[in-house]
Ligand binder design. Structure first.
Ligand code: AMP
Ligand code: MG
Length: 417
């Protein structure tokens, strides 16, 4: 399903869009573009659930023992003093329930996970019991329902086990398996094409001519995209030539569900991505009030969204995490991801004016504090290596003094290694 052609049109009159507003706009305008297929449970890891899954069973299916011990009726116990109950022959084991009812004054051997025999409601654990011949003795104070797991306490038959849009990880496949789901409807993987633009870009492994730099963004953006569970297409490096750029973008859009391109996104002489996108159709240069990140070019070619990121590697990295990542999730049919963050104490001071969001490279010190990289330079890949997350300074915030609280977004919370 293609997106509406004006899906990236900007609200008129807005000059610098706050990050939160730009994200809310993206969220409102993007919808899933992927198909649906049914896959085996064991092949579903990492995929996005296409439909709600209701549980066909209750879990546990029946009341059962949480420990090894003796099942009994709590009503058989006296309020005080030593308890003595006759032990019936036989036992209830996991997978092999006790076939008969247990009457008052009696107990039966039970093992962890075994169904509670009819007539019993509590389990006295082995460690608390004095076993004798044909009887057990133990102290008073066993609570009604002790060491019993209730039927349906994990999930009830008919309840939603997992919602559409959930990305399946270890806990989610365990949930599906636990309720007996063998095949699930998932989204087909989103195909994301990645390309770099710039006459100055050289391929790693090639000799570096004067004035050239190696293409760092393509490897980085391919890795970033893969980390979000999408299928990537590497569409290489494109020179700063209008025809080459428009052809490459058109081809990428023909083969993928979304295109991520770095470089040439602002309004300069050689910024062909922005110009060619606007020539080809709906395109909006989002002047987003954030640092790092010069204008983000959002366009569409035949309904396929194109994300034009700044060329500076750190700016491209941050723009990907903040804007492209949630957009890809929405296109893939997954829930809109909010970055996972928490407050830490700034071990630095930083100048800032209210009116834009800033994302600094931060390193948590493991003692409640966070430091920032020595430089804000958005071309320094070293800052990405040094840091383990972003320090997010809110739109309205002014300067940061050492000791103040700042919000830290660990890279792991974005799904990065
Ligand atoms: P641009 O956004 O094209 O004006 O590029 C801004 C800066 O980022 C310039 O210094 C470029 O050389 C650099 N740059 C652009 N693309 C890449 C890339 N793929 N890898 C590394 N640096 C890049
Ligand atoms: Mg360039």
């Amino acid at each position: 399903m293609a997106l509406r052609n004006d899906c990236f049109a900007l609200p008129s009159g807005v000059v610098w869009t706050p990050v939160a507003e730009a994200l809310a706009d993206l969220r409102a305008r993007l919808s899933p573009v992927t198909g649906v297929e049914t896959v085996d449970l064991y092949a579903a890891d990492g995929r996005v659930l296409a439909r709600d899954v209701a549980s066909p069973v209750s879990l546990p299916p029946a009341d059962n023992a949480a420990v090894d011990g003796y099942a009994l009726a709590h009503a058989s116990l006296s309020p005080e003093g030593e308890q003595r109950l006759a032990v019936l022959p036989g036992r209830s084991a996991a997978g092999a329930p006790y076939p008969d009812a247990v009457g008052p004054g009696a107990a039966v051997r039970i093992l962890t996970g075994a169904v509670m025999p009819t007539g019993t409601d509590s389990v006295v654990m082995d460690e608390d019991v004095d076993p004798g011949d044909g009887a057990i003795r133990f102290g008073s104070g066993l609570k009604p329902g002790a060491n019993r797991r209730r039927a349906g306490e994990d999930i009830r038959a008919g309840d939603v086990a997992l919602r559409a849009g959930t990305r399946l990880g270890p806990a989610q496949v365990a949930r599906l398996a636990s309720v007996g789901i063998a095949r699930v409807a998932v989204r087909t993987p989103l195909r994301v094409a990645v390309l770099s633009t710039g006459d100055e870009l050289a391929e790693p492994g090639d000799a570096l001519a004067p004035g050239h730099v190696y293409d760092a963004n393509r490897a980085m953006l391919l890795s970033l995209a893969r980390s979000q569970g999408v299928a990537v297409l590497d569409r290489g490096r494109i020179p700063d030539d209008p025809q080459a750029v428009s052809r490459a973008l058109r081809e990428a859009a023909g083969d993928a569900d979304a295109v991520v391109v770095s470089g040439g996104a602002s309004g300069g002489d050689e910024d062909h991505v922005a110009r060619e996108l606007s020539r080809m159709g709906a395109m909006a240069l989002w002047r987003i009030a954030m640092k790092p990140g010069r204008p983000l070019a959002l366009g569409q070619i035949d309904g396929v969204p194109v994300f034009g990121l700044p060329g500076n590697p750190v700016a491209a990295f941050v723009c990907f995490l903040i804007f492209v990542r949630p957009a890809l999730h929405a296109l893939a049919g997954a829930d809109w991801p909010e970055p996972a963050g928490y407050p830490l104490t700034a071990r630095f001071s930083a100048r800032k004016k209210p009116g834009r969001s800033e994302f600094l490279r931060g390193l948590a010190d493991g003692a409640g504090g966070v430091g920032k990289f020595r430089s804000d330079g958005s071309g320094l890949v070293g800052g990405l290596i040094w840091s383990d997350g972003l320090i997010a300074l809110e739109h309205g915030r002014g300067a940061v003094e050492e000791g103040e609280t700042v919000r830290f977004l660990p890279y792991a919370g974005f799904g990065l290694r």
